[in-house]
Design a protein around this ligand. Sequence first.
Ligand code: P6P
Length: 339
Amino acid sequence: MFMHKVTTLNQFIVERQAEIPGATGEFSRLLHHVGIAAKKVHREVNKAGLVDILGRVGTVNVQGENQQKLDVFANATFMDELRASGECCGVATEENEGIVVFDEELCREGKYVACMDPLDGSSNIDANVSVGTIFSIYRRKSAVGECPVESDFLQVGTEQIAAGYVIYGSSTMLVYTAGRGVNGFTLDTSIGEFCLSHPLVQTPARGRIYSINEGNYVNFPVGVKKYIKYCQEIDEEGGRPYTSRYIGSLVADYHRNMLHGGLFLYPETNAYPEGKLRLVYECNPVAFIAEQSGGMATDGTRRVLELVPGSLHQRVPFYAGSREMTRKLMEFLEFFNNI
Ligand code: P6P
């Protein structure tokens, strides 16, 4: 039987490293450990419901959100693997108020820091809805050998060395970019490896899907309301009306739109006047992926990757996806939000 060539994540990382002059394998080791953590979280997410890994631990995280057992497990797992890589000196995570410094001897020489949402959308888990891990890697600015400081984690998004997400859905995929395109790897559980399944992903310039929680409609900025109505109008060429698709899990909503074409919108609302999504560990990594796959990501007026983070858990309005759809939305915001 002919076996088509399978490229595992580790083979891909090593091959790519060979292309980068002076690459010393440190970043490759870091990414390898991200892959290990993703496999461990996959295992627990996929047996949730069968064992006592579901539900709340009875604690709340820094966001005041009830922590799910899987949140806590995913946070600990990714931290352990990033620490074990020896290349990361600290992590900023949704689950912890401040930065987590890896002070062990092994990590102090680490050149990288990570920002992550270890299990985004976890409130959906007991309903068997896809959830995700979102991560962002920066080169530290503080001196190697010393403890990292908060400013290492508040770098502008264009400084990202790599970013990606793991989507725990009908299959588990790891999607990442290191600035040379976006590649997707699907977990083949029969061999326990992430295998290249979506090489050099390109988001269609326009699509027919818009994703937004229309339950917040009455409080949306007028430009967003007008854009939603634009999506729903019939045009003579049959391009519209678009389809509304919203899962309520950022990674799942974004991933579908990235592959098929579409626009994800999370504007400011009454409940979240700054927007709900976090700049440092949700919007910046997704924005890096968006741009590297030919799409766009904005806070409505500015490029997300150029926003200077003021605090670890800062929220921003977030619009990301097909570039022609994003541009059209920005036209609506520009016109209607300024009249
Ligand atoms: P809403 C999940 O809680 C999350 O942080 C993102 O994954 C998702 O896009 C958003 O919130 C959904 O928020 O207000 O529509 O339920």
